[in-house]
Design a protein around this ligand. Structure first.
Ligand SMILES: [Zn+2]
Ligand SMILES: [Zn+2]
Length: 194
């Protein structure tokens, strides 16, 4: 596995800027991968790894950059929970850890880089050197990933009986005996132009 500095550089390029979230995301990923026994996330171990992220903010890009997991590969799942946490799963062994970035780390950063007056710069620099247990809470967990959420060919492809769109991966819903897509079953997030 590449060094912290190399991984941070790579994630900063992917993300578009350096920020505290990149430092947190890179360190969180490195820690989690070591705990679940994944050495080469983008090489020999790439099919073993699955990540569930609980927030769509800066650190998520760093997690994607370090792990190689992504929505498009179906090796990353985004749960819109608004929590700076992610669960890393070794699909081969079943080992999984949920890592949460601690809110207290913001305050604690003053202890490390007191000379830096800009809050955001201080956090960024402090997060590079703070101890793992000051930054993160780790839970060893078990995760049941539904087969339809895993990488691979779609387990089901059906046509919506209302709009005729095709729906993959069991995301269709049955309403009064009819197969509907989520848009047609009440989950429509867009509307017609007025
Ligand atoms: Zn950022
Ligand atoms: Zn439909």
């Amino acid at each position: 596995m590449a060094s912290f500095e190399e991984l941070l550089k790579e994630s900063t390029t992917v993300h578009g800027h350096i920020c505290a979230g990149q430092v947190i995301g890179v360190r969180m990923s490195m820690l989690a991968l070591s705990l679940i026994g994944v050495q080469e996330p983008k090489g020999a171990d790439r099919k073993k790894l699955y990540v569930i992220v609980e927030i769509d903010r800066c650190a998520t890009d760093a997690i994607q950059s370090v792990t190689g997991c992504s929505l498009g590969k179906r090796s990353m799942k985004w749960l819109d929970y608004g929590i700076m946490a992610a669960t890393f799963v070794n699909l081969a062994s079943g080992a999984a850890v949920r890592v949460t970035a601690l809110e207290e780390a913001r305050e604690l950063s003053k202890k490390y880089c007191a000379d830096i007056t800009d809050k955001y710069v201080r956090q960024l620099e402090a997060y590079k050197i703070m101890a793992e247990d000051e930054l993160f809470r780790i839970e060893h967990v078990s995760v049941a990933i539904p087969p339809e959420d895993l990488p691979g060919r779609p387990l089901r492809r059906v046509q919506c009986s209302v709009c005729a769109d095709w729906v993959q991966d069991k995301r269709d819903v049955m309403v009064n005996g009819a197969i509907l897509c989520r848009n047609c079953s009440g989950g429509r997030y867009y509307g017609p132009l007025r």
